[in-house]
Design a protein around this ligand. Structure first.
Ligand SMILES: [Zn+2]
Length: 675
């Protein structure tokens, strides 16, 4: 959920908002520190080997040296089977459970059509990702060797030959060493300067198209001479015409099948948008969507366009709405002004009138595709991105509860088992984890946004520049803890007792779970905003004795000191934002945004724990092993639709050799059985 705020330039006057999904908030580029050390060791050995080869080469003949050295190089460039399997094992296959038995018959039939349409978006996304992606995918599918299967599996997880967890390094030979920055949205040989001078030559209307979400940029070769070639913007409905026409047809069919009027409207207007390239009406319809089947499908996020963040990638999330959880969080959102009025900051910096909070919908994911199903699994998103729609209707936040729960089970619990004392471990639970994530998202809207520095109207983002994202992420985290503490303390007066457990145990669980989740975020390294922001929190709170290390190197929290530390840190972060205090932010980051030895040794102890999940329910029907699992589910819930036929775009994926820990229930005491 990139590191910073999203900024697209295609429509004048766009405001910038924090991105609420993918790398920026929960997930980011992962660098396992332990692996780094391992990698260093390998490099050293390679160097040594190279020296021996050179020595032999000198003794025998120079051409042999060159040859061997070249072979070594190419071997080093493409990881072998074991290495790819190690990379793949970081994504633990985790089955998503969704009970769709309460969907109406019409919705269930519509669901099958929507999933078919979503699969087509996988094809479009691969075309957007890299010009050679589709051909490479076809080639890997034909490779029946063990290495070929390993490559295919990891390719499918990432929907391309580069590993986002490893700074987009290639894991298949014969492809660019790193993902092209502009993906396939721009010509691969186009420079930023060329784009800029072309842009300057255009009318404002043409500029909007060139920078718009829904066009790709290509060379228009003119009379064929490279000196005269010009850039040109091609709309998506032209570039992906065949795929979008098929997907639109399926969405129309689905619209006819569902009885829900708002879903009908969204599906049919989105189908129209696929054909017309005008997404405005369907974005509005998406904001008005009020249906048990919660569908997001279309071109949305711009992270894959690392050149300019202009171009939207196709994706789909097909979800089942969780009404009880959704209601719970709308209750919390009703109290934001009261939280703002009590923020631990000089009262002059508080906002007396907050804008309306974005509505939050809690859902379980049934199926995802395209940009929504590559690399680290998306845990939440905030859409739409078109600020014309945002200004008119606001934006909507969708929290994928079963994805978060799967991450908690597969990644956070094992981390907690290694970092917390047995006594503390019993306080780690999913409710606390999930509630804090929602609070984090809500808190991006609180605190200083429009500020004055020396009489100038400005924003924290403009003043804190490159440090802003890290400070803002830490602020959302810490203010989230503050807000939950405040609501727990005032649960009775605020009428929250039914939705927010607030006894002493609940408070202990909040901080203990948060401590474990800090280690989870820090494993992603300090290269991105969230990692840096988390290191600041970890070191600050450690210095305040919010948690302490036991002789056996595990940690445990001190609730009172934790609360106090949170208030003080929140005060510091909010004040830095309110005053646009770049120097203060720099000092905080330089002093605390670092990995100290105590943290380093805790992180070193986390090797072998998965980084993320590979959701498997979405793959139902695609591969024999997974299908078998799906059938078991179908037997358990006869109404569950898992009868969707395998689409041409989903292919067999080898089931991993490592057994997947299956824990049906998240019991507090279960750690004992697994440590
Ligand atoms: Zn965030």
């Amino acid at each position: 959920m990139g590191g910073g705020w999203r900024g697209h330039g295609s429509i004048p006057g766009r405001t910038r908002r924090p991105p609420l999904r993918k790398r920026s908030c929960y997930d980011s580029i992962f660098i396992q520190l332990g692996d780094e050390i391992l990698q260093l060791g390998v490099d050293r050995m390679r160097l040594c080997g190279y020296f021996v080869v050179v020595l032999i080469g000198v003794l025998v003949s120079i051409p042999v040296t060159a040859q061997r050295s070249k072979a070594r190089k190419s071997r080093a460039a493409a990881p072998g089977q074991a290495e790819i399997e190690r990379m793949t094992a970081r994504f633990a296959p985790t089955q998503l459970r969704v009970d769709i038995s309460r969907l109406s018959a019409g919705d269930r039939q519509a669901l099958a059509k929507i999933i078919e349409a979503a699969r087509i978006l996988n094809d479009i996304f691969m075309k957007q990702y890299w010009s050679g992606d589709t051909a490479l995918y076809a080639r890997l599918q034909k490779d029946s060797s063990a290495l070929g299967k390993a490559r295919l599996h990891y390719f499918w997880i990432n929907k391309g030959p580069w590993s986002p967890l490893d700074e987009f390094k290639a894991f298949v030979p014969g492809v660019p060493a790193r993902k092209p920055e502009g993906a396939n949205f721009y010509p691969v040989d186009m420079t930023k300067q060329q784009f800029g001078s072309w842009l300057a030559s255009l009318t404002p209307e043409q500029q909007a198209a060139a920078k718009g979400f829904f066009t790709v940029i290509r060379w228009n070769s003119g009379n064929g001479s490279s000196a005269q070639r010009e850039l040109t913007a091609i709309p998506y409905n032209q570039e992906y015409k065949d795929d979008l026409t098929r997907a639109a047809g399926l969405l129309k069919e689905a619209a006819d099948l569902t009885e829900n009027a708002s879903l009908k409207k969204f599906l049919s207007s989105r189908a129209d948008a696929f054909l017309s390239n005008d997404y405005y009406d369907s974005d509005i319809a998406w904001m008005d969507l009020d249906a048990p089947l919660d569908v997001t499908i279309g071109p949305y996020e711009v992270y894959n366009d690392e050149l300019f963040n202009y171009k939207a990638a196709f994706e789909a999330f097909i979800n089942l709405r969780d009404d009880a959880e959704t209601k719970k969080f709308s209750v919390l959102a009703n109290h934001l002004q009261e939280i703002e009025n009590n923020l631990p900051i000089d009262p002059q910096y508080r906002n007396p009138k907050l804008g309306a909070a974005a509505p939050t919908v809690v859902v379980d994911e049934i199926f995802s595709s395209g940009d929504g199903d590559h690399g680290v699994a998306t845990a939440a998103y905030n859409l739409p991105n078109d600020d014309r729609v945002v200004q008119q209707k606001g934006s909507k936040r969708v929290m994928l509860r079963n994805i978060q729960e799967a991450k908690f089970r597969t990644v956070l619990l094992p981390i907690a088992r290694r970092t917390l004392s047995k006594h503390a471990m019993v306080d780690v639970n999913f409710e606390s984890f999930f509630t804090h994530i929602v609070a984090h998202e809500l808190m991006h809207g609180l605190g200083p946004h429009q500020i004055k520095v020396q009489g100038r109207d400005t924003t924290p983002r403009e003043e804190l520049k490159e440090l802003y994202s890290g400070i803002e992420e830490a602020k959302a985290d810490v203010t989230g803890l503050f807000a939950l503490d405040y609501m727990m303390e005032h649960a009775k007066e605020m009428g929250l007792t039914r939705v927010l457990p607030s006894d002493e145990a609940a408070q202990r669980q909040l901080y203990t779970t948060y401590l474990a989740s800090m280690f989870r975020s820090l494993r992603f390294g300090l290269t991105d905003a969230h990692g840096k922001g988390m290191a600041i929190q970890f070191n600050y709170l450690l210095d305040k004795d919010a948690f302490t290390q036991n002789p056996d190197r595990t940690f445990a929290v001190n609730v009172e000191k934790f609360k106090q530390g949170v208030r003080e840190l929140d005060h510091d972060l909010l004040t830095i934002e309110a005053e646009g205090d770049y120097a203060g932010a720099k000092k905080l980051q330089d002093e605390l945004g670092v990995v100290r030895p105590v943290l380093r040794s805790a992180l070193d102890n986390l090797q072998g724990i998965p980084t993320d999940i590979e959701p498997t329910s979405g793959a139902a029907g695609c591969c024999p092993e997974i299908k078998k699992k799906a059938e078991v589910e179908v037997q358990a819930h006869p109404q569950v639709v898992m009868t969707v036929k395998p689409g041409p775009s989903l292919q067999w994926r080898p089931w991993p050799r490592q057994p997947v820990p299956e824990r049906a229930r998240l019991r507090h005491y279960e750690w004992a059985a697994h440590t």
